[in-house]
Design a binder for this molecule. Structure first.
Ligand SMILES: C[S@@+](CC[C@H](N)C(=O)[O-])C[C@H]1O[C@@H](n2cnc3c(N)ncnc32)[C@H](O)[C@@H]1O
Length: 250
């Protein structure tokens, strides 16, 4: 047997061990489907919340139906981004400002009744600008799903941290290493965790949940476990991709 073949076999065995081990230890991961509904367990009826990055309001509808907040702030500039950096973003690439204007109008008419009742407040502004309208410790929770680039997520976390009550939740989407935003959400969140009085309480299906306040010892251990599990799942997915490419499945 040549050394090349031996190296190949060793590589395959190693990858299989990593995949098998992580699947056995961690389970197959979260099922597809509406993978974000679990977040609503953290948001109580009558709470005050915000969705940063609204798009057409599909998730906002679910928030209203499932949480029944007393106030839901919808924050989005509905601005088309022309630059190359955004060519794969929902609000870049093909399309243009006209479509974004139509989306904004669509949201206004979709939540017509709730806006009249004062339950929904729409802020057509970037999240950093909109943050100036809220006093400190105003929100019970925020959901961050706006611009996913590192600097923007970093700013969202910093600005909205002070706007959320102690004991409230800072949550968000797309805690992954990949995407057109090149892992910006993950990088910003990991750094934020190191520097602030906040506890990572859940990482599930690319969603993150932080609780504002000093983490307990148990909370720190749990946060480390969640991050390690997320790392192992990533390795496991990469390994599965590598293996299926090797055996010609993709
Ligand atoms: C992925 S979509 C949001 C999807 C929505 N949360 C949902 O679940 O249906 C991202 C949105 O972020 C918005 N956005 C981009 N930059 C933003 C910023 N600086 N502040 C707030 N929203 C922003 C975009 O206009 C777009 O509508």
């Amino acid at each position: 047997m040549t050394s090349k073949v031996r190296t190949l076999i060793a590589g395959v065995v190693l990858v299989a061990l990593v995949i098998g081990g992580s699947v056995l230890l961690l389970g197959p991961g979260d099922p597809e489907g509406d993978h974000r509904v679990f977040l609503f367990e953290y948001f109580t009826e009558g709470s005050v919340g915000a969705e940063i990055g609204v798009w057409e309001g599909d998730f906002s509808v679910k928030m209203l139906q499932e949480i029944r907040p007393s106030k839901l702030h919808l924050i989005d500039p509905w601005a088309f981004e022309k630059s190359e950096e955004y060519k794969e973003a929902w609000y870049g690439g093909e399309g243009g400002q006209q479509e974004m204007d139509a989306r904004y109008e669509g949201v206004l008419s979709r939540f017509d009744d709730e806006i009249d009742a004062g339950t929904v407040v729409v802020h057509r502004q970037p999240s950093d600008v909109a943050s100036g309208a809220f006093r400190d410790e105003y929100f019970d929770w925020v959901y961050i799903d706006g611009n996913h680039l590192y600097e923007f997520v970093k700013k969202d976390l910093e600005l909205y941290y002070s706007k959320v009550k102690t004991g409230g939740y800072i949550t968000g989407d797309d805690y992954v290493r990949t995407g057109w935003w090149e892992g910006g959400v993950k990088k910003a969140l990991d750094e934020f965790l190191e520097k602030n009085q906040v506890e990572l309480v859940e990482l599930r299906s690319t969603q993150f949940v932080l609780k504002k306040g000093p983490p307990s010892f148990g909370g720190r251990v749990r946060a480390q476990f969640l991050k390690t599990r997320s790392d192992l799942r990533w390795i496991s997915r990469r390994g599965r991709g590598f293996l299926s490419r090797m055996v010609g499945l993709s």
